[in-house]
Design a protein around this ligand. Structure first.
Ligand code: NAI
Length: 346
């Protein structure tokens, strides 16, 4: 029976994986700890390591996994910026779940937008305190406003269709164009400067890469419309948070909805309600009435968790059948391998 060492386990992970694993029969050992150089030792004797967004899969960790006999790293997430693919290349294949529910993430982005716009987070507190005043809760019609979507992938496309449903004008920026989708949905591709200058709401839906790291910074914020709303469900490091805070303080940024935060691995997914938050940047963010931070929960729907468990265990099964690994990612070049439909490139 193949053994899986499962890191950063939460009760909901175990529930869904146990359910889906009834069809596979892998031996899964669940560890609450995150995977890092200190905890990699738990993988001793396992065939597969299953990891999530905040596990650190560095060269050092990969070296330890290799010497522990681990043959496969199965990410149960889409993003893989936390994996040193170069270090894994040639020795341990890395698989992921490329799409578990783009709808879940797009719908959460909308939830953040609507809450910030109509200030439902504040209204909720007010009425519970017997305050039925609506002063200060003024919103705006989404209809005919301009949205700028950065990254028109699976999530970006779901988001566009919802935004179009509001009757918004949508512009997008992506390195790769899908002209057919743009035509069909009546959206226009623009360059980043145009998107910054014209959007009332900007949503970040691209991956974190060296190119997108801190793409929202003091310079790009200065190019935006005064009072712009920024929504980030992508990755925390897409935004230079200190620059965002300066923008919020100056009123240049009107509001921000953040499901991800650049230093989130310290705090997100854990309960710190009885502790002191020592991250002053995060603490400052939490003081703004026009900022909503959620703890990387955009993916967190019933459907997405079933899909995550199903695809992850299917990836593992494929590996041991020694077949074509549909969801492998590799250092050599995603595009090259995908084009060749030959992900087992080493
Ligand atoms: P995808 O791979 O389908 O789409 C990403 C799009 O971004 C592609 O169209 C790609 O061409 C584009 N892109 C790449 N580099 C770019 C750049 N420099 N500038 C503009 N666009 C660029 O990915 P998907 O599924 O839509 O997910 C997007 C991101 O959302 C993921 O990389 C991940 O970081 C994040 N995510 C967040 C979740 C959450 O719970 N908050 C859950 C799932 C994904």
């Amino acid at each position: 029976m193949k053994k899986i060492a499962f890191f950063d386990t939460k009760p909901y992970d175990q529930k869904f994986f146990d359910e889906v694993n009834q069809r596979h029969g892998f031996h899964i050992t669940y560890y609450p700890s995150r995977l890092d150089e200190n905890t990699a030792v738990f993988a001793q004797g396992a065939d597969v390591v299953c990891a999530f967004v905040n596990d650190v899969i560095s060269a050092g960790v990969i070296e330890k996994l290799k010497s522990s006999g681990v043959k496969l790293i199965a990410l149960r997430c889409a993003g893989y910026n936390n994996v040193d693919l170069k270090a894994a290349y040639g020795s341990i294949p890395v698989v992921r779940v490329p799409a578990y529910s783009p709808h879940a993430v797009a719908e959460h982005a909308i939830a953040l937008m609507m809450a910030l716009n109509r200030k439902t987070h504040r209204a909720y507190d007010r009425v519970r305190d017997g305050n039925f005043s609506i002063n200060g809760l003024l919103g705006f019609d989404m209809y005919e406003k301009k949205a700028g979507v950065i990254g028109l992938g699976k999530i970006g496309k779901c988001l566009v269709s919802i935004l179009k449903g509001f009757g918004m004008e949508v512009m997008v920026y992506d390195k790769i164009r899908d002209e057919a989708f743009a035509k069909e949905n009546n959206i226009r591709y623009v360059d980043l400067d145009t998107l910054y200058a014209q959007s009332d709401i900007i949503s970040l839906n691209c991956p974190l890469t060296p190119e997108t790291n801190h793409m929202i910074n003091a310079g790009s914020i200065a190019k935006m419309r005064k009072g712009v709303m920024i929504i980030n469900t992508g990755r925390g490091k897409l935004i230079d948070t200190k620059a965002l805070i300066d923008g919020l303080k100056a009123g240049q940024v009107g509001s921000a909805g953040l499901d991800v935060y650049e230093e989130e691995s310290e705090y997100f997914f854990e309960d710190f309600s009885a502790a002191v938050i020592s991250d002053d940047v995060l603490a400052r963010l939490l003081t703004f009435p026009n900022v909503i931070v959620t703890s990387h929960q955009a993916f967190f729907t019933h459907e997405a968790l079933i899909n995550i468990a199903t695809t992850t265990l299917k990836n593992v099964e494929e590996f041991f059948k020694d077949g074509y690994l549909e969801n492998e990612i590799c250092y050599r070049c995603e595009k090259e391998c995908r084009k060749a439909k030959k992900m087992r490139c080493f």
